[in-house]
Design a protein around this ligand. Structure first.
Ligand code: KIV
Ligand code: ZN
Length: 546
């Protein structure tokens, strides 16, 4: 029995759900919307926009993305729901505004999870699955069902669960390697076994999901493709729980660069130029930068495809070879991922209309008020920087998304520092009621002095665990992006900001991280894969039976 084949490889992006579960990567609604709009430009097939039952914030974000991004020609908008009525109903309401909507429901199938987490027998799980899949199917015809921890589940039990899910209306069956344990050969066997032994598998697409604990997830997915999987679940830059998820850019580029290898799997001639996915590869770099900025999850320089060194040739022999012929040491052209498309778009003399229309070309349709603010920032930047590139514009828009609902805003920062001077900072903050407060502090350096002054005003306990500066573009006048990560007990969150003055950017990033810490400590959200005891967190079993 062959699984349903969509004729191409479907790309299911879970940056906003599993990716956002990365410690410290939480995003506000506006930021999620900006990312979802960029994912739509990247042209992924499905966006998993969140876990609506987790919190009011998650629900609102999924609903807004469904409204704005889930247009007739847009991607399918999906929400996650545990195999429980309350979760499924919330998910159905959240994705309802989308033209094409999906409910993704899941329950664990491995004996380890059944015994220690769900405290359910296999029989009980086998009863819950069709009931909950049918419940999801009563709201929408596109239902995905996942067997959590499938890679460590007994294949014979998986076959039974999957058959029941498909019979109840699941149109996609997702096989997660939840703990990143499997290897390519094993994963191939698992997927091939499912394809061969589930009698109604021809009625659903096989999908794979996985984590990168052993660094094998992309290789596992490529093996799964050979075995019949036709949907890959991935995140931008591979962000996600622990070691992360499969990186979208690595999967898409592997299939693009080695298409001769993958074409025959889809029944095409090896030399077919028809893309294996719908992804617009030229949007990859821009999407990577956006997600990195907004989540505060930095991209390591040697990261495949999107790392700063991915197209850099250091050794003389390599440089010489590339100058003679690029293909000596380059397997892909940087332009394919949009790296060399960072074109200069605007300058000091550009007016509001030119600014708006370039933003629209980049896919940002701002409200008049947001446009006004963005234009103001653009003008400030243009006074200090000669050429404004698309990446600069994207940075301005994402900076602004972070400011929405901020409790504190930086009004003034002034620093005196230099040889034989004790670095001293004066800071003024405005609170949400418009009240202003000013203080001064001394630090070991200018940034330390600024952070101490802000701490004195905000009075939220925190430890600064990471501080980094990156340039948005090349050149001495480039915008510097500062990313700051703060910890408060178990909470980890990040803030970022950009400015040509890195001390100003640091102050703004620190205030942004504190704002986020304030929100997170007031509105905790439940995790789709609870690991704690059933007393401390409602698990699937409890919710399912309630
Ligand atoms: O890793 C996992 O198993 C998941 C499921 C909810 C699909 O994220
Ligand atoms: Zn996952």
């Amino acid at each position: 029995m062959r699984a349903k084949d969509p004729g191409r490889v479907l790309i299911f992006d879970t940056t906003l759900r599993d990716g956002e579960q990365s410690p410290g990567a939480s995003l506000n609604l506006e930021e999620k919307l900006v990312i979802a709009q960029q994912l739509a430009r990247l042209n992924v097939d499905i966006i998993e926009a969140g876990f609506p039952f987790a919190s009011e914030g998650d629900f609102a974000a999924v609903q807004r993305i469904a409204e704005v991004v889930g247009t007739d020609n847009g991607p399918v908008i999906c929400g996650l729901a545990r195999a429980a009525k309350g979760d499924i109903e919330a998910c159905a309401r959240a994705v309802a505004p989308a033209a094409r909507q999906r409910i993704h429901t899941f329950i664990a199938t491995s004996d380890i999870h059944l015994k220690h987490k769900l405290r359910k027998t296999r029989r009980e799980v086998l009863e819950i699955v069709p009931e909950m899949v049918a419940c999801a199917a009563s709201f929408c015809d596109d239902v995905e069902f996942s067997c959590e921890d499938a890679a460590r589940s007994d294949p014979e039990f998986l076959y039974e669960v999957i058959e029941a899910a498909v019979a109840a209306g699941a149109t996609t069956i997702n096989i997660p390697d939840t703990v990143g344990y499997t290897t390519p050969e094993e994963f191939f066997q698992l997927i091939a076994g499912i394809d061969a032994h589930v009698p109604n598998m021809d009625q659903a697409v096989i999908s794979v999901h996985g984590h990168n604990d052993l660094g094998l997830v992309v290789a596992n997915f490529l093996a799964a493709l050979r075995a019949g999987a036709r949907q890959l679940e991935c995140t931008i830059n591979g962000i996600g729980e622990r070691a992360g998820n499969a990186a979208l850019e690595e999967l898409v580029m592997a299939m693009h660069v080695r298409r001769q290898l993958f074409n025959p799997l889809l029944g095409r001639p090896a030399d077919s130029e028809q893309p294996l996915t719908t992804v617009n590869t030229e949007e990859i770099y821009r999407t990577s930068r956006l997600v990195s900025n907004l989540t505060g999850m930095l991209v390591q320089p040697n990261k495949a495809v999107v790392g700063a060194n991915a197209f850099a040739h250091e050794s003389g022999i390599h440089q010489d070879g590339v100058l003679k012929n690029r293909t000596t040491y380059e397997i892909m052209d940087a332009r394919t991922i949009g790296l060399k498309h960072n074109r200069i778009s605007l300058g000091k003399l550009s007016g509001r209309n030119a600014f708006r229309s370039r933003l629209e070309e980049l896919g940002y349709n701002l409200t008049p008020e947001d446009l006004g603010q963005a234009f103001h920032r653009f003008k400030q930047l243009a006074d200090r920087k000669r050429d404004i590139t698309d990446l600069d514009l994207q940075t301005i828009v994402s900076d602004q998304a972070q400011q929405v609902d901020a409790t504190y805003k930086l009004k003034l920062v002034q620093v005196s520092c230099g040889t034989n001077l004790r670095p001293t900072a004066t800071v003024t903050l405005e609170d949400s009621q418009g009240g202003l407060a000013t203080t001064a502090a001394i630090g070991t350096g200018p940034v330390d002095a600024v952070c101490r002054a802000i701490d004195e005003l905000v009075k939220v306990p925190n430890d600064l665990v990471e501080f980094s500066i990156q340039a948005v573009t090349e050149g001495i006048d480039a915008l510097g992006v500062v990313t700051i990560r703060l910890r408060q007990g178990d909470l980890l969150c990040s803030g970022y900001s950009s400015d040509t003055d890195v001390v100003v950017a640091s102050a703004q990033a620190f205030v942004a991280a504190l704002n986020r810490l304030l929100v997170l400590s007031k509105h905790p959200s439940i995790h789709p894969q609870p690991t704690g005891s059933s007393e401390s967190q409602p698990d699937t079993a409890m919710v399912a039976s309630s």
